[in-house]
Design a protein around this ligand. Structure first.
Ligand code: FES
Length: 79
């Protein structure tokens, strides 16, 4: 599974770096390094809904605070 996080400037300002770090931590914590691939991508053209994150073609709007809930609700069940 591939999770792509927008690292364009608008999403960066809204905390995409913290989201990447949080996801890296969660992947490690759950020992999913060989199942989940994290990738960065520049502006996805949807800045007003940033931070934009895509997962298997679905787009999500995250903040650093909602990242853990996203991981538990949307990432883990799909594995
Ligand atoms: S910077 Fe993330 S959608 Fe534009």
């Amino acid at each position: 599974m591939k999770i792509t996080i927008c690292i364009g400037s608008s999403c960066h300002l809204k905390g995409s770096r913290q989201i990447v770090e949080e996801l890296q931590r969660l992947v490690k914590e759950n020992q999913l390094e060989d199942k989940v691939e994290l990738a960065g991508q520049f502006c996805m053209g949807n800045c007003q809904n940033g931070v934009c994150v895509t997962l298997d073609g679905d787009t999500f709007s995250l903040t650093p605070e909602t990242t853990r809930a996203f991981f538990e609700k949307d990432v883990l069940p799909r594995l």
